[in-house]
Design a binder for this molecule. Sequence first.
Ligand SMILES: C[S@@+](CC[C@H](N)C(=O)[O-])C[C@H]1O[C@@H](n2cnc3c(N)ncnc32)[C@H](O)[C@@H]1O
Length: 385
Amino acid sequence: MMADLQNAASAQDWEQLDGDTRYLTHSLHRYSGKFIPQIAGQAIDLISAPGELVLDPYTGSGTSLLEAALSGRHSIGIDLNPLACVIAKVKTTPIAPERLDDFRQRLEQSVRSLNGLQLELSGLTGTESPRLAVESDPRWTEPSFVKWFPDERRRELVLINQLIQTEPASDLRRVGWIAFSEILRQSSMANTSYPNVMYDRRKTPPRSAIPRFLRRLVEVCDAVAQLHEKLPDEMTPTVLQASACSLPLEDESIDAIVTHPPYIGSIPYAEYGVLSLMWLGVDPRAVDAVLTGGRRQSRHVVTRFQADFAETFHQCYRVLRRDRHLAMLLGSPTVRGERIDLPAMAQELARSCGFVLEGLVKRKGGNRRANLMAEETLLFFRRPA
Ligand SMILES: C[S@@+](CC[C@H](N)C(=O)[O-])C[C@H]1O[C@@H](n2cnc3c(N)ncnc32)[C@H](O)[C@@H]1O
């Protein structure tokens, strides 16, 4: 068994130097530290069969979920970051093109009527006038929104967001919101170079958010419409906002686990997603406080990470069926000046809760279209029979 999985894994191309990372809905919304889709797909193929149930307990933007669904696996994605959960849902939920078209046209029409803020919006936002609609929205006066979004942009964004929220169907509302979330950075006073979100005093105030939103809405709807041809509805993954340290899943209910844990604090998800989280009504500091590897400035970040990571292994062991596999992609981040050997940490923690290492491959990480990571290690563990 050991030799089989190791040989099968070694025979795969894990570099994917020219792999297209943007097909279908994979590039719907920015998210740092994403899986290269082919890596997730190959790992899923190696350790599961069509019709089985795959779990990703650190699902992020849902790359593994989309790959699982495309290869006929059911899947569950868990993430504590509410932004990740919205992206993952939109990325993996097929919607009939006619419903999408109808939604897009209705939203386009109402957003276009905001152009120049002609203040003739009765009936669109459900309030008497756009002025009232804007001024009664807490985001209009909330200091963090005032800081990041100049008045004219904030006014437009408040109204666009309100229009999106009037959509009764949650799947369509999420599609609109993902397009909205993607334009926040450019519509704010944040620097435009990714990924850190920093206030840029010298930035030319952003132009109207309306054309930008309308363009992005078309792109998102087009990508989601393609999903409908590829995925039957019953393959739609389940996405849960929960912790990898206490999985809301039954014992021995999962056929395979494919995941890509956080790089301790080197990708601060709450900081990078601050603008979107604010519009979701979530305090980014509260998200950061609960993430594995969160509060990256604290002295004990590595110790806290290790404790959470140990708990994740226990949880994965508990929910995985016997004689089945967990595949995990890891890098070795530098934290507070010290390089942490995450693959070594993972092997020790996995062994201590009963997993057996069955495969190990390294990749240099040179894909031109993906996040540039230094060497990464893919580990395959088996829960014994
Ligand atoms: C490396 S990213 C995964 C990216 C994902 N593979 C993708 O393609 O988008 C790690 C993820 O773990 C999430 N995370 C951190 N701590 C968590 C926890 N305790 N429970 C669940 N998710 C957590 C972060 O929010 C982040 O989305």
